[in-house]
Design a protein around this ligand. Structure first.
Ligand code: SF4
Length: 271
């Protein structure tokens, strides 16, 4: 008897089609052009999801367990914050309609209060050496929030304007170590920019994020499949370039965004 296999076979069943309004977007679908590359969600993956297309690639059991561990950590943190007397609310929903008709629907993890100020709280669990090093910092490097999390949190600050600051709270699933970053927005010459722990990040602007949502909305409205934002299969030349950058022989065959994408087979078929 292999109980793990029985459980794994059940939890990894591919997700069926999910009904949603294709013109109402989620903060987890945020992306932005920086220089010559994209950060955040792939337009094509968002296009499939917004159109309610069935996922073709099930999430593997390990990733499902990590996601569930993350949810359990979030619930625990709510309990701890309540015990500390700082929890004002949790899982608060709102949606915003932007002047050009775009609608973004959001849910924040929690709101904490401290000395008359209330903060949006985003709880993220991470694990593994590389995630730990990038978020918490290493012996000779400082840490930083993940780019996807910054995009998401910028939108929360815009959709819930009564809170001037948000805190991303990271918790390492391995040793339960914690780290916090304070996220805020500021205006400079009509552009809404990001600051992390008070330090401006001029590459990140709300206007850049909204421009990408607008282009996603146009693909959906015209029923046009967007091009791939990430590389689903490296060419020999791309592998050589990665090897040169990483100074090692890569075993990677595609961008990590494609490795985790639930529409990988569909995307390959669509060309
Ligand atoms: S496989 Fe990659 S390129 Fe294709 S939809 Fe997914 S993330 Fe985008």
């Amino acid at each position: 008897m292999d109980f793990t296999k029985i459980i794994n076979d059940t939890i990894t069943e591919p997700w069926g089609a999910r009904k949603r309004d294709p013109h109402v977007f989620w903060p987890s679908e945020a992306s932005m052009v920086v220089g010559d590359h994209i950060i955040g969600k792939c337009h094509r993956a968002a296009f499939y999801s917004c159109n309610g297309i069935s996922a073709t690639n099930p999430i593997d059991p390990k990733s499902i367990r990590k996601m569930e561990a993350g949810r359990a950590i979030e619930q625990n943190e709510h309990k701890f914050a309540e015990a500390a007397g700082i929890l004002v609310g949790k899982n608060i929903k709102a949606r915003k309609t932007y002047p050009d008709g775009l609608i973004i629907s959001a849910e924040i993890d929690a709101v904490y209060a401290h000395e008359e100020q209330e903060f949006i709280i985003e709880i993220k669990s991470i694990g593994g050496y590389y995630a730990r090093k990038s978020v918490f910092g290493g012996a000779r490097t400082s840490g930083a929030p993940k780019e996807d999390h910054l995009l998401q949190t910028m939108l929360y600050l815009d959709i819930f304007p009564k809170y001037g600051e948000a805190i991303i709270r990271y918790i390492d699933r391995t040793d339960c170590d914690t780290m916090e970053y304070v996220i805020s927005l500021f205006d400079l010459e009509g552009v809404t920019m990001l600051a992390v722990d008070g330090q401006p990040h001029p590459d990140f602007s709300l206007q850049r994020i909204m421009a990408r949502y607008k282009s996603l909305d146009a693909y959906i409205s015209s029923d046009t499949l967007p091009p791939r934002d990430y590389c689903i299969k490296y060419s020999a030349e791309q592998k050589r370039a990665i090897n040169r950058t990483l100074k090692t022989k890569t075993t990677r065959v595609r961008d990590w965004q494609c490795s985790y994408c639930r529409f990988q087979s569909r995307c390959l078929k669509d060309g």
